[in-house]
Design a protein around this ligand. Sequence first.
Ligand code: UDP
Ligand code: MG
Length: 313
Amino acid sequence: MNPRFSVVIPFFNEAESLDELYQRLVAALEPLGSFEIIFIDDGSTDQSFTVAQRLFTADRRVRVIKFRRNLGKSAALSQGFQGARGELVVTIDADLQDEPREIPRLVEALDRFDLVTGWKQQRNDPWTKRFPSKVFNGAARLLFGVRLNDLNSGLKVMRREVATAIDLYGEFHRFVPILAFLQGFRIGEVPVGHHQRKYGQSKYGWKRFVRGALDLMTVAFLGRFANRPLHLFGTLGLGCFGLGFVIALYLTIIWWQGQSIGQRPLLTFAVLLMLTGLQFLFTGLLAELITSRSAPRRYPVEQVLDRQHGNGR
Ligand code: UDP
Ligand code: MG
């Protein structure tokens, strides 16, 4: 029979933490119902896998997936989600920064939401991480209109259908609630405690900020225009081309009236605008070509009532 919970734990060189994490998790989950714990070894080079293997041998509820090399947290989560059998999927970081005792409160909130994420109200990280994170969360709130304070807590609980619906790759793990929101799932948050990293160090350096900002752009773009890219590029293209055309027309008229225009910076500007506009337009058409040729589009269907297929999903 399928367990109630699947806990998905990606880890990369967290050998010192895994035992303690396992024990705290079991203590937190046992009162809540049946569960499985899926460890994903994201190419660790320390003793992590040996520790996970030992847990696997000792407990039938533990499953372990090992990547050949480090592929990133998103890949690891995605792999775990695919195999999850639980009705609810829990994600938690392996480094003991998240507190397993908070899980019941997140689960409680699930009767109003499809995904509940932890809000690290008192975050125990250096300000060099907290400040950019504030900017990031603020930008995401503005762009998507989601009312969350903290997007990227390692601790989340969601219905399994959310986990299987979102497509995680690259470093999209920072956007799990947004990706769910864009599919029409109801998302919420619950304040949770947060600890300092006890062992080892953070696996992400300054690059996370650049990548986070770029990915924010990608998610915003895909969320809105994945199925109609020309609406974005075409609007920009027509805008630029139109403005350039009007300026060029004006220059043509005064040239007819006998003024010389060859030296005017405005001429260069007009040509530039028209060329840029055409570039945007053709980029948009290429994007349409790609989306029209790719696999059949999938839409976030919630339910199907159809006598041919029974009244299920
Ligand atoms: N992690 C992973 N693969 C990676 C980097 C990180 O599986 O390439 C795991 C890591 O072991 C931890 C979680 O993702 O369980 C969060 O990573 P980390 O604590 O380094 O991030 P931070 O807390 O600094 O945001
Ligand atoms: Mg951490």
